[in-house]
Design a protein around this ligand. Sequence first.
Ligand SMILES: [Zn+2]
Length: 394
Amino acid sequence: MLLAHKIELRPTADQADYLARACGSRRHCYNKLLEHFSQKDVKWSKAAAYQHYINIIRPAFPWYNEVSSRVTRNAIDDLDNAFKHFFRRIRENKPANPKAKTFREKFGFPTFKKKGIGDSFALREKPKFDVEGRELRIEKLKTKIKMRQPLRFTGTLNQVTISQRAGKFYASILVNTEDYNPHAPEKDAVGVDFGIKSLAVFSDGTETPANDALKRNLKALKRKQRRLSRKQKGSNRRARAKLAVAKLHKRIGDQRQAVLHELSDRLTRDYKVICLEDLNVKGMVKNGKLARPISDAGFGMLRRMIEYKAELRGVEVAFIDRFEPSSKTCSECGQIHDMPLDKRTMECDCGNVMDRDMNAARNILARGLDTLRPDLKRTQESSQTVSAASVLTA
Ligand SMILES: [Zn+2]
């Protein structure tokens, strides 16, 4: 299955310059080709375009050499696609723009690309680009570009499309992946407790720490908002402060999403069964006992991510209603203890001594398995994973 993951890049100034030049070269080449094939009596074909590119365009613009030759060559494929759509609309008599005056406009003849609108370029074959961890390597660029997230899928890399929007660069990486076919995660079932100190604690003791960069940005946001409130209405300074707040908001949103993707990936990749508390019930989200990415509407996002990834990966999820406080119950013997928030360890007279959050995660796991048990039995006997597989390949 082909899946795309779009990741924001963090290029250095030099790298950003390279990327911008690549976008420019691709746009220039596309427009030069289109200029030639827009003439009357010049008929489009991919072969003719290639000849024109090699013999006329490329020699005329030696600066194309500064970027990977694929950047400009791929403009042929892009224009070929645009022409294919144009011819198809004519064949099917489906005008793109029925009211247009000219035939070309009516059927959506390819148009010239403008700077700043849909700026992008693509590299299609793996040796031309590669991804290692959080770094992207592309041809003719000696240094690797930092990515804000690691690639979400494993598999064969088919293509990277780098685009520029509002001064930022993004890489959309197309992966041919087996990853989303149901597989057998190594670990069985896990209970998850969300908190403040850690984003999440798993019942096997694994912790996902709260994201420090996100925390810092949230603090900075508060500061910037205060500053904004002090500025005079209608002033330039206020406009500037407002822009700064908006930018940071966007940044925080992206960061939060990345954090939640990592968490949901980890859960659905490693465990066969995931048990979580449904935090949307009883105003749990408002109680301030959660790390920021989960609170303020983040839980809904996390829930959706876990649900779709679990379905694709053939993993079971139990969202359990909040029950008698999971952090107050001893996960070994079931006794209820007084557990004020600052008490970080569950100490029970049955001998159980355990980190508060891990104890809660274990309770959530037990409760989740209770609610799932009938389903679980069926999974083991029959073909739950097979049916998920047939859905995927259909
Ligand atoms: Zn106990």
